[in-house]
Design a protein around this ligand. Structure first.
Ligand SMILES: [Zn+2]
Length: 87
């Protein structure tokens, strides 16, 4: 197999995954972020908060109204689970 796995990166301004078309961060993207930021959970939280802010700005740019609670749950809501110590 020579095909490289396509990264699960957001496609703006919709913030859908370029690979699987799920709302970003999709499951594989979350896994990749936790791996990339392993041991740096605060930095990951800042990165996700910044991404959420950009996504909210993009929603306004599209002339729509973002749902702050839904955006927070999507970008940061999964983080507390990822930060729990692994068994
Ligand atoms: Zn994806």
């Amino acid at each position: 197999m020579t095909a490289r796995p396509r990264p699960h990166l957001p496609m703006r301004p919709a913030w859908l995954c370029r690979n699987c078309a799920a709302p970003w961060p999709c499951g594989p993207a979350q896994l990749a972020l936790v791996t990339e930021f392993y041991g740096h959970s605060i930095a990951l939280a800042f990165y996700l908060a910044a991404s959420m802010q950009e996504a909210i700005d993009d929603v306004y740019g599209l002339g729509l109204r973002p749902n702050p609670a839904a955006m927070h749950a999507r970008f940061l809501g999964w983080l507390s689970l990822a930060r729990r110590p692994q068994r």
